[in-house]
Structures are given as structure tokens and as C-alpha cells.
Design a protein around this ligand. Structure first.
Ligand SMILES: Cc1cc2nc3c(=O)[nH]c(=O)nc-3n(C[C@H](O)[C@H](O)[C@H](O)COP(=O)(O)OP(=O)(O)OC[C@H]3O[C@@H](n4cnc5c(N)ncnc54)[C@H](O)[C@@H]3O)c2cc1C
Length: 414
């Protein structure tokens, strides 16, 4: 029987039986009125957690505040770190940023695994994107040319080469592309590893919603120096970082002109489990079926993540029968041997989407207030680089040049 959980609000409604979030091993503290920190991070998804991890490593006194740490979109994401196969036409600058993001993962992974003693299920075997007909194949070859023009590492595959590399694929495939450097990771393991490391290293973890940000007027400037918790407690920070996913900067005291636009994009995603009858892929495989994108991410543990729908809906937290049917139909078309796998979980998450698909990372326009949200479909991949950029700003260093694409002020919001 599939258990269903619908009490978690807009960022994720998750049905699950087996893959429970293990955040219960983490200790969450109370915090006193007027407590003072160097940095307060609002939001403990993979983005806020990674930022806190980076700053704690640099010796900062950090508080992290979230009513449901690690349980929203980051709990749902598939975990692909796939700058090449996620390339979209016209997104040259974002692709360069994603390459930098992916390049930050090996060091981040090494440090976090050593600090937490936790296996993040990081795998680098590449992605195979396949076509099922002549139209798909033309599209893929156009995409391949675009990728090669950007200097990306990708190569064409014939039908035979697809099947040789990945025998679990449907023999009807009509060729494809191999992006051999694409990787993937288990985001739930990352969240657990980050929470337990932060806990060990003395970060103050507070389970509370933040109701508002304390913004003061200083002459013509505004400055943020506190957050107000749901019980009215006000705590103070030299720097405040909003890593609030789909909520963004939507707080009463933040003027609308400092609040870059976000929209929630619903994604339904399945978690299957391989058994002795399952013929599973060993690479990430993806394709288009009836114009719907589909992917399967195989984890070392036997988990098979099948995703994902892309729906411009922000209020519908429930999975739909049609969405699940399409995901299963399309996944079986891609990898017929998945039919025998066990269906363990149906998840729904909301991607924090921006106008140009790039995140908002950096200065907010209000002094001492930094933004780290809007990561859309790339927040797992972009977590380590986001943490680095925010840490660069807070320590007075220059962030990497490619980070210009994620400047929160790029739309001229102030
Ligand atoms: C179906 C699906 C598949 C995906 N697959 C991939 C993938 O393969 N690769 C990839 O890179 N990305 C993927 N993504 C995208 C990725 O999951 C997100 O970009 C990422 O999880 C965003 O992380 P976050 O920390 O910003 O948001 P969240 O995980 O949503 O965290 C935000 C946190 O802020 C907290 N918060 C909000 N408001 C407040 C408040 N007022 N006070 C205190 N706390 C607050 C919330 O409780 C939440 O815990 C996928 C997303 C979906 C939906």
C-alpha cells in the first residue's frame, strides 16, 4: 500500500513508504530572544544547508531556520548533475554556469562524505539521451551540434551503440547522444549528511517558520539584521541569507521591488525499486515519448527514479492519475524491463522557476541580505557553487565570473 502525505504545503507533497527522510537524528534547538549570530540562513533545503556548511567550515557562527528542514523540493529532486544533457537552446551563459556548478561537485562530495561518514551515492557514468523516431533523432542531432559548438563533451550514438552501451534500452531506439561526464547523486543522502555535519559542528538549527525579516531604514539605504520566528522571537544576524526555494523573498518587510519574480512549477516523480526480475539501466537514460520528456536515474542502492512531469501549476499538491500513468508508460517505453520493478513512492515537488531559468544568487539590493533561491530544475547540481558564491560575498571575495548569470539584480528590480 502506498502511504500518502499531504500535510507539507506548497513545496512538496510526498507519498512514501520506504525512503523516509532521516532528519530525526538531527537535534533542533530552541533559540533565545535577541540571540545573535554572524549569519542566519532561512531555509534548510539543499541550498540553505550547503551554504551553512560552507560558512561553518570558514568559522562563522551560523543559525539555520526552517519548519520542515530538507523535506520540500530537495527531498523530491532526482539528483542529476547533468550540465551537458540539460543544455537548452539559447541558454549559453546558463550552460557555462552549470558546467562550473558540476565541476564543484567532486570536491564538495569528497569533503561532505569525509565529514559526515555518509555515502552520497555519487555516480559518474554519463547520460544516454535516445530518439524513438526520425523527428526525435533530428532534434537530438541539432542539440548535439549546439552542445559541440559550446565545447561540451557529447557524442552521437547509433542504434547499435545505444544498445551495446545500455542493453536495458528498448531495441526500437533510433540512435542517441552520450554525455559521458554527466553524474548523479542522491539528494536525500546529501541533505542528511549536511544536517548531521552541521549538527556536529555546532550550527544552531531552529525548527520554525520565519515570518518576517527585520529591515531597517538607514538614510536612503535599507539594511536587514534580524529574522522574526513564528513564536515572535527575533534573532539577529550580521548577514541574512534567504534560501527559501519557491517562497523567495516574499516577506512582508521586503519591498516588492527587491523581490525577484518566481513561479512554482509542479513535478511528479516516481521512485521504483529493482528486484530480481527487473532489467535496470546502469546509465541515466532519457528520451521523448509523445513529446513528453522522460528519464530514469538508477542508484547504486537499486532505487530507480522516474521523472518528471513539468506542469505550470502552483496550487495542486496532489499527484494525478494521468501524470503517474504517463510517467510509467514512458519509462516502460524507454526501459521495458522496469515493468517488474516495485513502485515505492509517488512524489510531487515544486521547482522554483525564474524568468530566464537561472537562479538568484547574491546581493539583494538590501544591505546584509543575500538571496539564494530560484534554482528551478538545477538546484541539486547548483548547490555547491551557490554555497561558494554566497560565501565569496560574505567573506568579501570576488565570485566567479560565470556567476553574473545568477545576479539577483539582473532584471533591474531595484
Ligand atoms: C521532480 C523534480 C525533479 C528534479 N530533479 C533535479 C535534478 O535531477 N537535478 C537538479 O539539480 N535539480 C533537480 N530538481 C530541482 C531541485 O530539486 C531544486 O532546484 C532544489 O531542490 C531547490 O532547493 P532549495 O533548497 O532551494 O529548495 P527547497 O528544498 O524547497 O528548500 C527550501 C526550504 O525553505 C524553507 N522555507 C520556505 N519558506 C520559509 C520560511 N518562511 N521560513 C523558514 N523556512 C522557509 C522550506 O521549508 C524548505 O525546506 C528537481 C525538482 C523536481 C520538482
Amino acid at each position: 500500500m502506498l502511504a500518502y502525505r499531504d500535510d507539507v504545503g506548497p513545496a512538496a507533497a510526498i507519498s512514501r513508504i520506504a525512503y523516509m527522510n532521516q532528519v530525526s537524528s538531527t537535534t533542533f534547538g530552541l533559540v533565545a530572544q535577541d540571540a545573535k549570530f554572524e549569519v542566519i540562513v532561512v531555509g534548510a533545503g539543499i541550498i540553505g544547508l550547503s551554504i551553512a556548511y560552507e560558512l561553518i567550515a570558514k568559522g562563522f557562527r551560523v543559525a539555520l531556520v526552517d519548519p520542515t528542514p530538507g523535506e520540500k523540493t530537495s527531498h523530491v529532486g532526482a539528483g542529476m548533475i547533468a550540465p551537458v544533457s540539460e543544455t537548452a537552446f539559447g541558454e549559453d551563459d546558463l550552460t557555462q554556469f552549470n558546467l562550473l556548478a558540476a565541476a564543484s561537485w567532486p570536491d564538495f562530495r569528497q569533503r561532505l562524505e569525509a565529514d559526515s561518514n555518509c555515502d552520497l551515492e555519487f555516480v559518474q557514468r554519463g547520460t544516454i539521451a535516445v530518439a524513438f523516431n526520425a523527428d526525435d533523432r533530428r532534434f537530438l542531432m541539432d542539440l548535439l551540434n549546439y552542445q559541440l559548438n559550446l565545447g561540451l563533451k557529447a557524442s552521437p550514438l547509433t542504434n547499435g551503440q545505444c544498445l551495446e552501451l545500455e542493453p536495458s534500452l528498448n531495441p526500437r531506439v533510433a540512435g542517441g547522444i552520450l554525455a559521458e561526464n554527466d553524474c548523479h547523486v542522491n539528494p536525500r543522502m546529501c541533505v542528511n549528511a549536511l544536517l548531521s555535519t552541521l549538527n556536529q559542528r555546532g550550527a544552531t538549527l531552529v525548527k520554525s517558520e520565519v515570518q518576517d525579516i527585520g529591515v531597517k531604514q538607514h538614510g536612503s539605504n535599507q539594511n536587514a539584521n534580524s529574522v522574526i520566528l513564528e513564536n515572535g522571537t527575533e534573532i539577529f544576524g550580521d548577514f541574512i541569507v534567504l534560501a527559501t526555494g519557491v517562497l523567495g523573498a516574499d516577506f512582508p518587510s521586503i519591498p516588492k521591488r527587491f523581490s525577484p519574480p518566481l513561479r512554482a512549477i509542479k513535478g511528479q516523480i516516481l521512485r521504483l525499486e529493482a528486484n530480481e526480475s527487473t532489467v535496470s539501466p546502469t546509465h541515466v537514460v532519457r528520451g521523448m515519448v509523445q513529446a513528453r520528456p522522460i528519464y530514469v536515474v538508477p542508484r547504486p542502492s537499486g532505487e530507480l527514479v522516474v521523472g518528471a512531469t513539468v506542469e505550470e501549476k502552483s496550487e495542486d499538491f496532489l499527484p494525478s492519475a494521468g501524470g503517474v500513468e504517463n510517467l510509467l508508460h514512458d519509462a516502460f517505453m524507454l526501459v521495458p524491463g522496469l515493468r517488474e520493478a516495485n513502485l515505492r513512492e509517488i512524489g510531487v515537488g515544486f521547482r522554483p522557476g525564474t524568468r530566464d531559468n537561472a537562479p538568484y544568487i547574491g546581493k539583494s539590493g538590501i544591505e546584509s541580505l543575500y538571496y539564494a533561491f530560484g534554482h528551478f530544475r538545477h538546484g541539486i547540481m547548483q548547490a555547491p557553487i551557490t554555497a561558494k558564491i554566497i560565501s565569496n560575498f560574505i567573506t568579501g571575495q570576488t565570485p566567479p565570473k560565470a556567476a553574473i548569470v545568477s545576479d539577483p539584480l539582473r532584471d533591474g528590480i531595484v
